[in-house]
Design a protein. Structure first.
Length: 248
């Protein structure tokens, strides 16, 4: 069941999203060779606590951390770890913030030091795909319009779109209906309505779109070992167009 949100509920989620964006800005300043993703995770939890918020995914289905930290060929749900980041790495930091009952979800892929041309291009393509899809998140459009915008752009650039993981509705819980696929056909799928709040979170690979799971049953990585990146925003569907709740 899809739960439409009131203006008050969207306002609470927007407050959470602004705090989440501020946290990402702080992370951007901290990302460098030598820091660990476990240190970043500890910073995020302390930052949220200082501002009266909590990391919503900590404890979700037994997950132990405040963030997901996915490195290089990891697509999503990587565990924060003690291994220092190295020059040229890319790392996706994904988190869900709960502020006074309002939830917001956002992920950003960060470059560590000087990146290769391949890695830089992957980040640029993935971020551009997100914003192209957000343009389609308007009242009356369909979910297929969102996925089609991502797929056609990404594949046109010679990259691939992960199919095994999706965006989702968000509200009282992290995951609500509907699922937001990052591929699809225009004019197909559920019609978008005012009051819907969704995440759009394309995961883009340099090589094949196919993935494999680690033994921890959480972390997905590219089957061919190539790089993967992700950018995600939480979006409210409004009469005035898409409202990005987690904008930096």
């Amino acid at each position: 069941m899809i739960m439409l949100k009131s203006k008050r509920e969207i306002g609470l989620m927007h407050d959470a999203g602004k705090l989440l964006a501020e946290c990402h800005r702080e992370i951007k300043e901290k990302i460098r060779p030598g820091i660990t993703t476990l240190e970043i995770d500890e910073f995020v939890e302390a930052f949220l606590k200082k501002h009266g918020a909590t990391p919503e995914q900590k404890g979700y289905k037994g997950y132990e951390f405040a963030t997901c930290a996915s490195l290089n060929d990891e697509i999503c749900h990587g565990f924060p770890r003690k291994k220092p980041l190295e020059e040229g790495d890319i790392v996706t930091i994904d988190m869900v913030v709960n502020l006074k009952g309002g939830l917001a979800d956002s992920a950003w892929t960060y470059g560590v030091g000087q990146l290769s041309d391949k890695a830089s291009r992957l980040l640029e393509i993935t971020k551009t795909a997100l914003y192209k899809s957000i343009e389609q998140a308007t009242v009356g459009n369909r979910l297929g319009d969102i996925g089609h915008a991502i797929q056609t752009y990404v594949e046109g650039e010679g990259h691939s779109v992960v199919r095994d993981f999706t965006g989702h509705g968000i509200g009282k819980t992290i995951h609500e209906d509907p699922a937001i696929f990052h591929f699809g056909l225009p004019g197909k799928g559920l019609r978008l309505k005012e009051g819907m709040v969704i995440t759009i979170e394309p995961m883009v690979n340099v090589g094949t779109w196919q993935c494999k799971m680690d033994d921890n049953s959480w972390t997905a990585r590219t089957r061919d070992g190539e790089l993967s990146a992700q950018y995600e925003h939480t979006i409210a569907i409004t009469a005035d167009g898409p409202l990005i709740l987690t904008e930096q």
